[in-house]
Design a protein around this ligand. Structure first.
Ligand code: XIL
Length: 605
């Protein structure tokens, strides 16, 4: 049975992913590890939901801090002037007290959730100040000793750095913020008073404006204890994503800390467009990991709260707040099952407390480094054609490279017969777009790679020097021969090898590019064909970058790209990427997104 030999390998890979989940039962809850770190881990909660047993259990079991999601907002508490309704907030505050949780009161003044009487009223400056004082005093004094932390003012700064044009600004002027904090301190001298906002996490304009605002308050002696960074972020390289750039976040924590302020992450969730996939959840876990780790490493940062207990009740599933109303942005799924992000937070807290880690060092490091990490589970190999020298490739995931297979670099593909092929792009007869079919193999001296490219318009010999080689027609193959297939940076043992169509005109000397590409001693030929070009390349198994000794079942990181230019000016108009983990064309700098190559010994099967 030729495929039998693969079994131990497959079982091993399955175990890696299962072990994460099966340990779950014995793991301590988040709040236990947070206590050991003297840290608050919180969730936004809704009074309507606390009668649902699973909700109550998760909320009280996992978190030592609770934020009323809406119940402490102005429109909820004072729907009519002078007439307060505390029922819902009472239920949450009682729940918190019963379960020994700290409450973050959210929020006294905001531009949203204001009752009609307030929004439509015509108040003089004095009247407005009285309304503000009365609201702050009534609410804070009722909950004195039970709500320990208050977001006194929420979202007062615009993206452009100016103060937002709210009713309070219109009626009272800029001083409304200082006054609100002064009233709050008077009302409950023991409560911690926070200014809270979004998109202020890193070093954006808005973050700088928030810093200036609170620095001014501190200088004027206004009673302010901390800044809340909401941390509503999105996967991908958006402006908000810069928040998860841990350097920016650390710098921001440092400058806020130097003002004598605490910082709390107050409303974290991680949004994305498109489908929820395992990869999305892993990347999400990485974002949670880095934010908590950065916060916990910084003495100024004292809490992290998540904006909702589980995915189904996230505010981002409400149409008015989100384009993707199926989004799953939190750490528990709709069935209260912990997601990778949950284990990520648990691992950060465990390691910081000196308790047993929850994740392997490999996974933890990948999360911390921002690797796009997936435990790649390789499905059982199949052989669709008996003559084929190795099992079928699994698209975007695994390529089985037969060895020993000797290949002559002559532009003739006859010696590649029966080596498994992979195609990218539309390879059908009548397609007029670019496509590529590739294969790989090895013997006892070389690793071989072949690409047959369909391209009606060859563009090469344009870019000199060749540091912009990828802008012309070229094929890239990548190998990670190290023990760490989750490595996020290039090192010895990892190379990107770009082979250019320009070799068509240059048979004497190979024209190549790529990270560590100069040190692997690649030899290549390229020949023009009727509908494009063929590349054949050989890389010694032993060179300055690596020593590869092919063994049956041995796994390397592996990736293939096709770069197709339309003209000298229009480069990479075609970009085909094999590894499914590399959604954003990151292989040139982050080897953790490679797929897998598995060596398959021909004679022993
Ligand atoms: C949101 C709630 O989650 C929603 O249920 C409600 O419809 C609108 O407000 N920033 C904040 C929070 O400070 O108060 C917001 O909460 C989310 C954005």
């Amino acid at each position: 049975m030729p495929l039998k030999r693969m079994m131990p390998l497959i079982v091993l890979l399955m175990l890696v992913s299962i072990s994460l989940v099966s340990a779950q039962e014995d793991l301590p809850p988040l709040r236990e590890l947070a206590d050991l770190n003297d840290f608050y881990i919180g969730a936004a909660a809704r009074a309507d939901n606390i009668n649902t047993p699973a909700y109550a259990e998760t909320l009280a079991g996992e978190f030592n801090m609770l934020t009323p999601e809406n119940e402490a907002k102005f429109c909820e508490l004072q729907p009519q002037q002078g007439s307060f309704d505390f029922d819902e907030l009472d239920r949450l505050v009682d729940f918190a007290a019963e379960n020994n949780m700290v409450v973050r009161g959210h929020t006294l003044l905001w531009h949203r959730c204001n009752p009609d009487w307030l929004l439509n009223g015509a108040f003089s400056r004095e009247e407005a100040i009285d309304i503000m004082r009365e609201h702050i005093f009534t609410v804070m004094q009722r909950y004195q000793g039970r709500i320990a932390i208050w977001d006194v003012v929420n979202e007062a700064v615009n993206e452009d750095g100016n103060l937002r044009n709210t009713i309070w600004l219109q009626w009272i002027g800029e001083e409304y913020i200082d006054l609100a904090f002064q009233f709050a301190r008077e009302a409950d001298p023991d409560a911690l008073l926070f200014y809270n906002d979004y998109d202020g996490e890193g070093r954006s304009n808005k973050a700088n404006a928030i810093y200036e605002l609170v620095a001014g308050m501190v200088e004027r002696g206004i009673p302010l204890d901390g800044v809340g960074l909401q941390m509503h972020i999105e996967l991908g390289e958006t402006e908000a994503y810069q928040a998860v750039n841990t350097t920016n976040l650390t710098n921001n924590l440092t400058r806020l800390g130097e003002l004598g302020l605490q910082v709390q992450i107050t409303e974290m969730d991680v949004y994305y467009e498109g489908e929820a996939t395992e990869e999305v959840f892993d990347r999400q876990a990485g974002d949670y990991y880095r934010v908590l780790q950065t916060c916990l490493n910084h003495e100024a940062c004292t809490a992290l709260a998540i904006w909702g207990v589980h995915d189904q009740v996230s505010w981002l599933r409400q149409e008015e707040h989100s384009e993707n109303t199926d989004v799953e942005p939190l750490i528990f799924d709709g069935k209260y099952q912990p997601k990778p992000a949950y284990f990520a937070l648990l691992d950060v807290l465990a390691r910081a407390a000196g308790a047993a880690p929850v994740l392997s060092d490999e996974v933890a490091t990948a999360y911390a480094d921002g690797a796009i990490l997936r435990e790649i589970v390789i499905p059982e190999p199949t052989l669709s054609n008996e003559a084929q020298l190795a099992p079928d490739a699994v698209h975007g995931v695994a390529y089985y490279a037969p060895f020993p297979v000797f290949i002559e670099l002559d532009g003739d593909l006859a010696d590649w017969e029966n080596v498994p092929r992979v195609s990218m792009g539309d390879t059908s007869e009548d397609a007029n777009t670019e496509s590529v079919t590739f294969a790989a193999a090895a013997d006892d001296t070389n690793f071989y790679f072949m690409a047959n490219v369909r391209d009606s318009n060859l563009v090469y010999g344009v870019y000199e020097p060749l540091n912009e080689w990828y802008k012309e027609d070229s094929v890239e193959f990548y190998l990670n021969t190290t023990d760490n297939l989750f490595a996020t940076r290039y090192s010895t043992g990892i190379a990107q090898i770009g082979v250019l169509a320009a070799n068509i005109e240059n048979p004497e000397e190979t024209i190549f590019g790529g990270y560590n590409g100069a040190d692997v001693n690649v030899t290549a030929v390229a020949v023009e064909t009727e509908d494009g070009y063929i590349i054949e390349a050989a890389v010694p198994l032993e060179n300055d970058v690596w020593t590869i000794t092919p063994a049956n079942g041995q796994i390397l990181g592996f990736q293939v790209h096709l770069n197709g230019a339309t003209s000298a000016e229009d480069s990479q108009t075609t970009k085909l990427i094999w590894s499914a983990a590399d959604a954003d064309d990151q292989s040139w700098r982050n080897p953790s997104v490679f797929g897998r190559l598995i060596f398959w010994e021909v004679n022993s099967q």
